[in-house]
Design a protein around this ligand. Structure first.
Ligand code: BEZ
Length: 252
């Protein structure tokens, strides 16, 4: 998890976004960690899934660009380091690289995939899930419309990379991976609060374009634009998540 312009507060993240790791367990199952393996958790956040992998008997290193999140992972007794996912420093050290809900924050995928390949031993696995094409489209559209009304181009601020399956397969293959599975699917995701909580947790890159005194009114405006699509009659907000889940291995 990382992005310039995005700040991460572990307490807010735990309150507003615990579902991210809760819903990541199927990705750990796809990884199928085996006791004794050395695994890199790329974009480990506060380490909730790093812990699951460690509990499977693996030696797992969590890396994240956010010092706050790395500190939260270390507080759990996990091995974690502040590392830029677009500049991974490893050389054949890992049996597998795992990543949940982090790769979409890394907008230079060639740099990421080159680093992942170098981190793996030959034959090593790369298993992950990220936001895919169309992810949170209603939220992105609402942000764009509300910013446009204020004379700001949202496209220039967008910090996310949401590829489709074919695009990501080609990227993986170009970096020397063989892809055994890749799937794009909708996963409507109930939020623990309202969409303003989601925006406050994840959308700094857009919100920071406005003067501080205008931000609250902007968030309310974006939420009202989202409401007809994302909030049901009972008041439950459901974000329009689309996931891209894959399993691949380094060919040689
Ligand atoms: C996601 O997990 O898909 C996501 C989370 C925050 C911002 C954008 C996407």
């Amino acid at each position: 998890m990382a992005h310039e312009g995005q700040t991460w507060e572990p307490a807010r993240y735990a309150r507003e976004a615990r579902f991210v790791s809760d819903l990541g367990n199927p990705v750990v199952e796809l990884l199928a960690p085996r006791a004794g393996e050395r695994i890199l958790d790329l974009g480990c956040g506060d380490g909730a899934l790093t812990r699951v992998i460690a509990d499977a008997g693996c030696g797992v290193l969590g890396v994240d660009a956010s010092p706050e999140m790395v500190a939260a992972a270390r507080e759990q007794g996990l091995e974690a380091r502040v590392v830029d996912g677009e500049d991974l420093p490893f050389d054949g050290d890992f049996d597998a690289v795992f990543s949940n809900a982090a790769l979409h924050w890394m907008t230079r995928p060639d740099r990421v995939l080159s680093g992942v390949r170098h981190s793996l031993r030959p034959g090593g696995r790369f298993v992950g899930e990220l936001g895919g094409h169309g992810n949170v489209a209603a939220i992105v559209d609402a942000l764009a419309a509300a910013l446009d009304e204020r004379g700001i181009d949202a496209a220039a601020l967008n910090p996310w990379f949401f590829p489709d399956a074919e695009q990501y397969r080609l990227l993986l293959e170009r970096h020397g991976f063989e892809v055994s599975a890749i799937e794009l699917f909708s996963r409507p995701t109930p939020l623990p609060g309202d969409v303003i909580g989601w925006l406050e947790t994840f959308a700094d890159a857009f919100v920071a374009a406005l003067p501080a005194q205008d931000r609250r009114e902007f968030l309310v405006d974006v939420a009202e634009r989202c409401r007809p699509v994302l909030c049901d009659d009972s008041g439950q907000w459901v974000a329009d998540y689309v996931r891209l889940r894959f399993a691949a291995h380094r060919k040689e």
